[in-house]
Design a protein around this ligand. Structure first.
Ligand code: MG
Length: 401
């Protein structure tokens, strides 16, 4: 694999070790983000794949809860290939974890990367390693785009003088080890660039990207999915080739309750029973939302609009439809057509079909011709047939716009 480094970086025989950090506690996510799956893979596996062609050696830093996944991902990826992989334990702080990894690494250059940045591109990795090979250091960084102010005075900070440091951060290993050996054990650093420069070394920055995001909170999940789903290089490696057209399925059931308004497809239907739920319980809108999200691999309705969130209490589900349509378009997809079947014993829904189609078409931002709504009675069988609930099944086709 030294050959591939030679090819990318001109003439060098220096070896590269990828140090992948996967020992975080994920407190802001509410679950272990290293074990979440994107395109069917965990952030650990995605990062191993991303660095595969750039590194000769791998050191993966794990916690008790991520060790097993790191081992099995390494086995899947390295089966039958000769590449060194070491799994080491994380420390109390980030710098303790990196130091454990540095002691295990034997390459000339180390490329230190947070596995939470699982959308990292080939280009970002290659340029930061190239900079370390040439100048001893390469830190992936981004310009600041927001206006920054001091919290106390409100005074604006000159953002042109600032950079957001990302990872990978790549260094000549010996120089970084020297810097680590000079660190006061009491001092805590947030990244390796800080430790490297504290020893008087000059930092060199390489181009990061706003797509190289750090999976931190729940709100990042859909973003990571969208970036990975649309990123050509990761898509090829991780998701197979994505065809231009994609389909999705959705299903939703709600109980019927006396006195609740019955809302389907945004239309209020006169009936003594209505669907019960946290929102307006519009099962037709919900099943279609899930079908569309599914087609784009953007998760499901519960992920985007959790019923534990009071913002969605009693909400008109067409608002959720509009939000979903915007998400879909932000991900580079356009909705082709939608089809749904409502299973309900009573009341007669046929007369409301076109009103539902019209409202759904408007909310999804597509032509009414592309929206089909059908109804079926379950012949008095099952909970729908007994009038206890209604179920909607839906499909959606989307395409790359
Ligand atoms: Mg629902």
């Amino acid at each position: 694999m030294t050959d591939s480094v030679k090819l990318m970086n001109g003439s060098t025989d220096k070896s590269v070790c990828a140090i992948l950090l996967a020992a975080g506690s994920s407190t802001r996510m509410g679950e272990n983000k290293m074990l979440m799956r994107f395109c069917g893979k965990t952030p650990i596996e995605l990062c191993m794949e991303a660095f595969f062609k750039h590194a000769d050696e791998f050191v993966v830093v794990v916690s008790d809860s991520t060790r097993e996944e790191a081992l099995s991902a390494a086995k899947r990826l390295w089966e039958g290939r000769s590449k060194s992989v070491k799994i080491v334990n994380g420390g109390k702080r980030r710098q303790d974890s990196v130091y454990n990894a540095l002691k295990a690494a034997s390459s000339d250059i180390v490329a230190i990367h947070d596995c939470a940045r699982c959308c990292v591109s080939d280009e970002i990795i290659a340029s930061s390693i190239a900079s370390a090979l040439e100048k001893g250091c390469g830190v992936a960084s981004c310009k600041v785009v927001d206006t920054l102010r001091f919290a106390d005075s409100g005074e604006v900070v000159d953002r042109d003088a600032l950079l957001c440091a990302q990872t990978p951060q790549c260094f000549a290993k010996n120089a970084l080890m020297d810097a680590y050996s000079q660190v006061d054990a009491e001092d805590t650093y947030t990244d390796d660039a800080a430790i490297y420069s504290s020893a008087g070394n000059k930092l060199y920055f390489t181009k990061g990207s706003s797509s190289n995001i750090k999976l931190t909170g729940r709100e990042d999940v859909a973003l990571v999915q969208a970036i990975l789903g649309n990123k050509d290089n990761v898509t090829e490696k991780s998701c197979g080739s994505v065809p231009q057209f994609r389909i999705g399925l959705g299903e939703d059931t709600h109980r019927l309750k006396e006195g609740r308004p019955l809302i389907l497809g945004g239309v209020h239907i006169p009936h003594e029973y209505g669907l019960d739920g946290h929102s307006d319980a519009d099962a037709l809108a919900h099943a279609l939302i899930d079908a569309v999200l599914g087609a784009c691999a953007l998760g499901d309705i519960g992920m985007h609009f959790p019923d534990s969130d009071m913002r969605y209490k009693g909400i008109n589900s067409l608002e959720l439809v509009r939000h979903t349509a915007a998400l879909v378009r932000e991900s580079g997809f356009e909705i082709g057509n939608l089809d749904a079947t409502v299973t309900a014993q009573k009341p007669k829904l046929g007369p409301f079909r076109d009103a539902m189609r019209e409202k759904l078409a408007e909310a999804f931002g597509i032509d009414i011709c592309a929206v089909s709504v059908k109804f079926t009675t379950p012949e008095h069988t099952g909970p729908e047939g007994r009038g206890e609930s209604m179920t909607v099944r839906a499909s959606a086709l989307v395409f790359k716009s």
